[in-house]
Write a protein that binds this ligand. Structure first.
Ligand code: NDP
Length: 331
């Protein structure tokens, strides 16, 4: 069983020396536990936060511990009647070949309904994030203008598609012409802004002349500040993430334009997807129906080989992933 363990707390982007690659005999499941062969690992921006010391919404990964990672795998041994050998499950597997999970913390999935990586994407944690962050926190109404950053990513791509389904006008913000073309031509957004090539403020004024009613923020930093300056009255801002700040060595940059919240009677609210766990089934049902009806598209970016875990994680922070980033370990 090969494993990636956290060797040191990174400063800025994680370096090779922040990791150690170890090998040991596969673990043995105890009562009520299952042994899983990990097939795909989910690479998530949140991992960077889990590597930091200090209080967050989950405890940090300890030095020397296997890196925390969601994954999907096949059960190879089971000590619990609710899960059989051969079942496929999603859960916190860790960056390793084999994982022992408590049966109650392993969610059984039906691989005939969607490819395995999709269960880590639109049918998994990023899907739940998009669904509840947009609908519960953003509360979009038909005819409103919704802006989403990280628009071509796992969460952002679904946010825009759901907002379209709810009758909104949707503008995506993403890095590069390819990603902008994708969200408009493939996902049906009404417009896109390439923040790497355009003046976001000018483009946003042109695309959202009456202001932004809902902003779903995945990136924070300057883009958040720019959108704040273009709010409509009564706007809702869902703070999902701030990936532009996760590797910052100079502290997090706060929004200078926050008084726009006052002027526009607007609301800015953060959320953590885990708080919606009791309602995941409801969201997954809706999203699965939308996929079946061809109204929602799933896109995954599949890298291969556990040995490539540290390098693959960095793709998220360089914008090199296109869709939900996963790492394939085995068939
Ligand atoms: P993505 O698939 O969107 O991948 C990350 C993307 O972020 C990159 O492809 C890149 O896209 C963009 N990015 C990277 N660096 C920057 C930067 N400096 N400025 C602007 N954009 C940047 O990841 P996810 O969909 O998995 O996650 C999106 C966000 O949602 C993250 O902030 C994550 O932390 C958050 N999240 C929050 C949850 C919650 O419960 N609140 C749960 C899950 C995710 P580009 O090429 O366009 O720059």
């Amino acid at each position: 069983n090969h494993q990636w363990r956290l060797a040191a707390r990174p400063v800025g982007l994680p370096k090779t020396s922040d990791w150690s690659f170890t090998s040991e005999a596969p673990p043995v499941p105890g009562p009520g536990q299952v042994l899983v062969r990990v097939l795909y690992l989910s690479l998530d921006p949140a991992m960077r936060g889990w590597m930091n010391e200090g209080k967050s919404y989950v405890p940090p990964v300890g030095i020397g511990e296997v890196m925390r990672a969601l994954g999907v795998g096949r059960v190879v041994a089971s000590n619990d009647p609710s899960i059989a050998v051969g079942d496929h499950v999603v859960g916190l597997m860790g960056a390793q070949d084999y994982a022992v999970l408590a049966a109650k913390e392993a969610t059984r999935i039906e691989p005939s309904l969607a490819p395995l990586p999709t269960w880590l994407g639109v049918l998994g944690m990023p899907g739940m994030t998009a669904y509840f962050g947009l609908l519960d926190v953003g509360q979009p109404k038909p005819g409103e203008t919704v802006v989403v950053s990280g628009a071509a990513g796992a969460v952002g791509g679904l946010v825009g598609q759901i907002a379209k389904l709810k009758g909104c006008r949707v503008i995506g913000i993403a890095g590069g012409a390819d990603k902008c073309r994708y969200v408009v031509e493939d996902l049906g957004f009404d417009g896109a802004i390439d923040y790497k090539a355009e003046d976001v403020r000018k483009s946003l004024r042109a695309l959202a002349p009456k202001g932004v009613d809902v902003y779903f923020d995945n990136v924070g930093g300057d883009i958040l500040d720019t959108v704040l300056a273009q709010l409509a009255r009564g706007a809702r801002i869902a703070i999902c993430g701030a990936i532009s700040q996760y590797n910052s060595t100079e502290g997090v940059k706060g929004p200078a334009n926050y008084m726009s919240l006052l002027v526009n009677r607007a609301r800015m609210q953060g959320f953590v997807v885990f708080d919606y766990a009791a309602r995941y089934a409801e969201a997954a049902r809706d999203i699965a129906v939308w996929i079946a009806e061809g109204k929602v598209k799933a896109k995954e970016d599949v890298a291969v080989g556990l040995e490539n875990f540290p390098a693959t994680l960095l793709k998220l922070f360089k914008g090199e992933n296109f869709g939900k980033l996963v790492l394939k370990l085995a068939d």
